[in-house]
Design a protein around this ligand. Structure first.
Ligand SMILES: C[S@@+](CC[C@H](N)C(=O)[O-])C[C@H]1O[C@@H](n2cnc3c(N)ncnc32)[C@H](O)[C@@H]1O
Length: 314
C-alpha cells in the first residue's frame, strides 16, 4: 500500500491484561473487553451496553455478508464514475470500514468514507488488541492516524480513499445538517452501513425522526442503499415511514434475514409485500419509536393508514 500520509504513527503495544477463563474473555479496565466467539474469532464487547459487536460470526464475516456482498460493492464500484460515498454509522472498532476497504482495494475507484461515532474509545481499544482482532493488518497506521486527526487520505491498492470521522452525537449531527440545507455539510451517500447498538439498548439511534432526517439528507438523484442487521417489524415500519423502500436483506450467518432500505426500488431484490404488511398490522411490536425511549406497541391507527399509502404497497 502506498500511503499518501507520511507521518502516520506506530501503534502502541497492547496494555497488560488479565484473562478470565470462564468468560473466555480478556478483562480490561476500560469500558470494553475482547471476547472469543464460538467459531474462535475475537470481537469487542461493550460493558456499558452489554453487547458484543458482530456477536455470532465475527466482525469480518458479518461485514462481508451484510455490506460488501449485499451492496454488491465491487460491482457498483467497477461501474461507478467519480467519488463513491459510504457512510459508516457507528465506526466502533472499525471492522465494517476496514472490511469494505480491504474488499474493494483492487478496484480503480475513489471512496469517500464518512464515519460517525460519539466516542473513539472502541477504536482505541481495538487498536490495542489489533493482534487478537486480526483485521487491522496494514490499516493499523491509518486507523491510528484517524484518532487525533479525524481524517486520513491514502492510496489503498488501486483505490484512492478519503476517510473522515465525525465525532458527534449522530442524531444531533443529522438534525444540524438538515437545518443547514441546502448547504451540504455531509456528502450524500451511495451506501450506508448502519451499525448502532440494538434498539433496546441504543433507542436514540433508531427513532423515526432520525431516519426521516437521514432520508431527507439523501440526494434523490443518487441511488443509495442502507443495509442493517435488524429484521424487526418496528425497524422496517420506521424505515418505510421515513420514506425508504424496504426489502428483505440477505442472511448473515447470524440472522436468516436482515433488512435493506433504499431510495430507489431498483436496488432491492425482494421488497416487503402486502403479506408482510398484514403481519405488521397484527404485530404487537411494530409502532416506530418517536422518541429515544425504548418501548414496544402495536401500530397506531394513524401509522396503519400511512403505511397502507406507501408507494411500495400500491
Ligand atoms: C455495534 S457498535 C459499532 C461496531 C462497528 N461498526 C465496527 O465495525 O466495529 C455501535 C457504535 O455506535 C456508536 N453510537 C451509539 N450511539 C451513538 C450516537 N448517539 N451517536 C454516534 N454514535 C453512536 C457506539 O459508540 C458504537 O461504537
Amino acid at each position: 500500500m502506498n500511503w499518501l500520509e507520511s507521518s502516520l504513527q506506530a501503534v502502541p503495544h497492547p496494555a497488560p491484561e488479565s484473562v478470565d477463563p470462564n468468560l473466555r474473555a480478556t478483562v480490561q479496565t476500560s469500558g470494553y473487553k475482547i471476547v472469543q466467539l464460538a467459531n474462535g474469532v475475537h470481537s469487542v464487547h461493550s460493558l456499558a451496553h452489554r453487547e458484543t459487536f458482530h456477536p455470532v460470526i465475527g466482525p469480518v464475516a458479518e461485514a462481508e455478508a451484510l455490506y460488501v456482498n449485499q451492496l454488491r460493492l465491487a460491482e457498483r464500484l467497477h461501474h461507478h464514475g467519480g467519488e463513491f460515498v459510504i457512510w459508516d454509522v457507528g465506526l466502533g472498532a472499525a471492522a465494517n470500514a476496514l472490511t469494505v476497504l480491504r474488499a474493494t482495494r483492487e478496484i480503480p475507484s475513489t471512496i469517500r468514507l464518512v464515519s460517525f461515532d460519539n466516542t473513539m474509545e472502541p477504536l482505541h481499544f481495538a487498536l490495542r488488541h489489533a493482534e487478537a482482532l486480526d483485521y487491522f493488518h496494514d490499516y493499523q497506521n491509518c486507523a491510528q492516524h484517524l484518532i487525533p486527526h479525524r481524517r486520513v487520505s491514502f492510496l489503498n491498492g488501486a483505490q484512492t480513499v478519503e476517510w473522515k470521522l465525525h465525532l458527534a452525537d449522530f442524531p444531533a449531527l443529522l438534525a444540524h445538517s438538515q437545518s443547514h440545507l441546502p448547504a451540504r455539510i455531509l456528502p450524500p451517500p451511495h451506501a450506508i452501513m448502519f451499525d448502532a447498538f440494538s434498539p433496546a439498548k441504543n433507542p436514540a439511534m433508531w427513532t423515526l425522526p432520525l431516519f426521516t432526517t437521514l432520508f431527507q439528507l439523501l440526494d434523490r438523484a443518487r441511488p443509495c442503499a442502507l443495509p442493517t442487521y435488524s429484521r424487526s417489524t418496528m425497524l422496517r415500519v420506521t424505515l418505510l415511514l421515513a420514506g425508504f423502500f424496504v426489502g428483505v436483506g440477505t442472511a448473515t450467518g447470524e440472522k436468516e434475514e436482515t433488512t435493506l432500505a433504499v431510495n430507489t426500488l431498483d436496488l432491492i431484490n425482494e421488497p416487503l409485500d402486502r403479506n408482510w404488511l398484514q403481519r405488521a398490522n397484527n404485530s404487537t411490536s411494530a409502532e416506530p419509536l418517536w422518541e429515544s425511549e425504548y418501548r414496544q406497541s402495536p401500530l397506531s391507527q394513524a401509522t396503519r393508514e400511512k403505511l397502507a399509502q406507501h408507494p411500495q404497497f400500491k
